[in-house]
Design a protein around this ligand. Structure first.
Ligand code: TEU
Ligand code: CA
Length: 535
């Protein structure tokens, strides 16, 4: 069957705050995105996922929303966003908005109202009395520590994320109605769909104590509940016949079976989900321990998802994750490892997502002190770590590697003031001197040029777009798979190590290659090759 539009989509994620500043206040803005539409169109993408641009006090930089119907002043006005949607449309670029439903900002009028126990908004949130002078239960949240915050009345409200992000009560049907209205408002403005933030933890089945666990005690009471499925179905289905609404869910802690459950086409729930398993292959399941990257494990997880989930949302980076070339590549082989990751990302079966800066191989930032971090998660982990007497030096080292701010340093347009003429809200990476869009556009060979070429290759290649995935072999960081459509075949060879690998290659049908040439019996360090036939 032919692909649907979102299966042929190549989506570029923009973190607006760090993309392009046009009014010199050090903060990216919507006009800045409009200014770069030509660039994005040149690159060959056909959709943009915008991280939140709604009004927000920025405790979590937009993931704490105080007004879903308007644009945060620092990013521009609603009219600017309407202009972006219109201009993007002229270039055949769809806009996908981020939608944060699990919680609002504590500065949202609903929450302010809800503090009054008599208010009709009381039931929009989850309030509980303490138990024997202690928290209502033992749950711990995504940013560590208790999920309960005491109010002036002496009771508590629940927040899975920061205390400035109170969780909404999805047992209240009015909350669901509110989101239908919000979605309708934006669909009416011409957007194509939503990336739904943490959308498998909305419904809190019970508020009983949870099983003690190193991370997220209480998870079993709200993760992936039946009611949660019903809520997503209700949201999606209420637009049938009206809009061709696309929804990709950010679904925390899902395995392939749960992912499959969420995207069954006949259920009309979500179209795609972002899994996390492959992002945890260099991590011992949480932020506290960090293991060395293990490409074998990485490829194993990718293979499992390719084989078990019918259509994947493929990504190696987003605004919550350190840079992929630093994690999975090798800075000594900056060009080769970035382009090898690019080849892999764009040749797997599914819909690829590229995060801003990935296309030029932006790297992690060399943070020097805790004061360099802006992300609340990094700060909180530090505070909690200190309370546990974890040595400062060790804590800092660990946070530096894992901090979400690694993804959020400003986009490196050139070696000067390309992002902003003002001091940026978050430090720029000084390696903008050598890693930037301007240089890579003029260079004969660059990561950017390779991305563009790979995107174009994929765009016209039915086998890569529609073909089945078939694992051929993987050997200590050398990964080989085929994509197959009818009689046609593409073979993808990725060496994600610094070692030369011995392999017999049929060099008569080379379609893509990130080296000058392909040898018939070896794969070079971080070499990536696509063949138009078998090995
Ligand atoms: O992220 C949810 C989520 O799972 C992350 O908090 C994750 O645990 C963490 O980033 C790993 O480092 C979404 C958004 O993508 C994130 O930016 C928000 O902070 C969060 O929800 C709350 O809205
Ligand atoms: Ca600005």
């Amino acid at each position: 069957m032919a692909n649907l539009w979102w299966q042929n989509m190549l989506c570029y994620q923009i973190y607006p705050r760090s993309f392009n500043d046009t009014n010199s206040d050090g903060v990216g803005d919507i006009n800045g995105i409009i200014e770069k539409l030509d660039y994005l169109s040149w690159l060959g993408i056909n959709a943009i996922w915008l991280s939140p641009v709604y009004q927000s006090p920025n405790d979590d930089y937009g993931y704490d929303i105080k007004n879903y119907y308007d644009v945060n002043e620092e990013y521009g006005r609603l009219a600017d966003l309407e202009r972006l949607i219109e201009k993007a449309k002229e270039k055949n670029i769809k806009i996908i908005m981020d939608l944060v439903m699990n919680h609002t900002s504590d500065e949202h009028p609903w929450f302010i109202e809800s503090k009054n126990p008599e208010s009709p908004y009381r039931d929009y949130y989850i309030y509980q009395e303490g138990k024997n002078g202690r928290y209502p239960n033992n749950w711990t949240g995504f940013f560590s520590g208790t999920v309960w915050e005491k109010t002036d009345n002496g009771d508590y409200y629940l927040h899975l994320f920061s205390k400035k992000q109170p969780d909404l009560n999805f047992k209240n049907p009015k909350v669901i109605e509110e989101f239908k209205n919000i979605m309708a408002f934006w669909l009416e403005k011409g957007i194509a769909g939503f990336r739904c933030d943490v959308c498998n933890v909305f419904y809190k089945q019970s508020l009983e104590n949870g099983k003690r666990s190193l991370v997220l005690t209480g998870l079993e009471h709200y993760h992936q509940t039946n009611k949660n499925h019903e809520i997503l179905q209700e949201l999606k289905q209420s637009f049938i016949g009206q809009y061709d609404l696309f929804m990709v869910g950010e679904t925390v802690l899902v395995n392939t079976k749960e992912a499959t459950d969420l995207i069954k086409p006949e259920k009309k729930e979500l179209d795609l989900v972002f899994g996390f398993e492959h992002m945890e292959t260099d991590q011992f399941n949480n932020k506290w321990f960090k293991k060395k990257f293990n490409p074998t494990k990485f490829f194993k997880v990718l293979t499992k998802w390719q084989e078990q989930v019918y259509w994947n949302a493929n990504y190696f980076e987003n605004h919550d994750q350190p840079r992929s070339v630093t994690r999975y590549g090798n800075l000594k082989y900056h060009y080769y490892s970035s382009t090898a990751l690019s080849t892999l990302l764009l040749s797997l079966k599914g819909t690829p997502f590229i995060f801003q800066g990935q296309e030029i191989g932006m790297t992690n930032y060399d943070f020097k002190t805790m004061a360099d971090f802006k992300d609340l998660e990094s700060k909180r982990i530090y505070d909690i770590g200190r309370k546990l007497f974890i040595p400062k030096k060790y804590l800092f080292k660990m946070i530096k590697k894992t901090s979400r701010d690694n993804a959020r340093t400003p986009m490196q347009w050139d070696d000067g003031f390309g992002f902003s003429t003002h001091k940026p809200w978050l430090n720029e990476n000084p390696n903008k001197n050598t890693i930037n869009v301007k240089d890579q556009m003029t260079a004969e060979n660059s990561i950017l040029k390779f991305y563009k070429e790979m995107i174009a290759y994929r765009k016209d290649n039915k086998v890569l777009l529609e073909g089945e995935f078939k694992m051929i072999k993987q050997r200590k960081g050398l990964y080989i798979f085929e994509r197959e459509l009818g009689q046609k075949k593409q073979t993808v060879i990725i060496n994600l190590t610094k070692h030369v690998k011995i392999l017999k290659i049929n060099t008569s049908s080379i379609r893509m290659n990130n080296y000058d040439s392909v040898l018939k019996d070896k794969v070079m360090p971080y070499q990536a090759i696509i063949l138009g036939g078998s090995l």
